[in-house]
Design a protein around this ligand. Sequence first.
Ligand code: SF4
Length: 452
Amino acid sequence: MNEECGVFGIFNQSQQKLDVAKLAYLGIFALQHRGQESAGIAVSSGKNILIYRDLGLVSEVFDEGILNTLQGNAAIGHVRYSTAGANNWENSQPILNQYPGGSFSLAHNGHLINQNELKENLSSKSLLLKKRNADSHLLCQLIGATEKKDIEKALEEVVLKIKGAFCLVVLTENKLIGLRDNFGFHPLVLGKSEEGYVISSEDSALPLINAKYIREIKPGEMVVIEKNSCKSRQLIPCKQKALCIFEHIYFARPDSNVFGENVAVIRERIGQKLAQEHPVDADMVIPVPDSGRFAALGYSQGSGIPYQEGLLKNPYIGRTFIQPNQILREHSVKLKLSPIPGIVNGKRIVMVDDSIVRGTTSRKLVKLLKNAGAKEVHVRISSPPVNCPCHYGIDTPKREELWATRFSVEQISQWIGADSLGYISLEGLTGVFEKNQPSDFCTACFSGKYPI
Ligand code: SF4
C-alpha cells in the first residue's frame, strides 16, 4: 500500500516580508512520506499566481534559485504519489486554472469515485482535459466551468457534485482555502503562525515553520483565509465519518496527531492489543522499520518480551523502493532492509509489521532472518488482513493480488515461511482509540464495507 498525497498552504497576513515559498518548501518536506513521485509549490503575489512543479522528491525538485523566483504572500504545496493517473509531469500538482473571477491553483489529496459522471457534465470545450486521468485536473476543470465569480461559491457548487475523498488547498490571488470532504477520510489541520495561518495534511509539519496547531478542519468544512480574516463554514453536513484507519496504522508520521490522537501512541496500543490477541513464546520482538516500530514496542510492552532492532534499514534507499512490478520489488526488499546476524542468530523472534498486502516482503524478510540464524520467526501484523482495494486515495493492488482474499491465515503463514502468523482483529484495532468510536472509521480494505 502506498501513501496518497500531502497538501500544505500558508497565508501571510502580516505587513512583514515573509518567504512563503521557502516555508511551503519546509512544509511539503515534512510531508514527504505522503508522496515521493512529484512535488510542487504555487505562490500568489496578490496579482498573479506562479507555479513550479516537477517529478522527484522535494529536495530534488527545488533549489534556492527556484525558490527565490517564487515571491508572494501566500503559497500552497503538494507532494504526490500517483494513485490515479500516470506518474508524469502533467499530473504533478498544484495545478493552475482560470475561473470567472480570475486564476486559482489547487492541490488535492484523495480520490474521486464519480469521475465518469463528472466528465459527462463537462462541455465539449473541455474535451482535452476530459482525457486526462488525474481527478485533480477534473476538479480544476469543474471549478473553471462554473459561472461563479466568487471562488467560495464556485467551490461550493463543485463540491456538492463530487463524491469521494478530498482534502483540498486552493489559492487565489488573495485567498487561501482549505476544504475537507464530509466523511473526513484523510486529515487536514489548521495552524497559526505569528504572521498568519497554515493548512497542512499533518500537524507534524507545523513546528518546522514555527506554527502552532489550532485544530482539525472538520469533515465537510471549508476554511477561508484572507488578509484580515480566517473564517469557516460547514459546506456539506457530515452525517457519518469515515476516517481512514490506515492513516494511524501506516501512512501518517508517528509524531502527528491524526483525528485527535497521536499516531505513535495509537501504534503502541495496537501492538499491546496484538500481544494479547496473539501471544507467543519468544526471545525478542523486532520491528520491520520504520512503520512497524511503535507497534513492535507495544507488543514488547504487552508481552514482556524484550524489544530489539534486528533489521537494519538503509537510510539512503529513497525512491528505489517504489518499483512498479513484482520482480523489481523482490530485489528491493534486500536493498532496503538487512538482518543483523549478531542480534538474531539463535533467537526466537517476533517480527512486527504494519500489513501484508502481497506477502512478498514478509516472505523475503522471514527468509533473510532465518538465513541470518534466527531459530523461529513469528510474524505479527498490526492491521487486519487486507481483503479489498481502496477507492479513496490509497494505492492498493487489485483484489486478486491481495493475498488475504485468496488464502487463509495458515496458508499465508506457510507461504511466507513463518513459524506462526497473527493479525490484529478489526474489533481489537478500532477499540484502541479513545477519542473516536469504531463506527467513525473507514475500514473498507478489511471489511469490504465501503462508506460511499
Ligand atoms: S479503504 Fe482502507 S486505505 Fe482506503 S480509506 Fe478506507 S481504511 Fe483507508
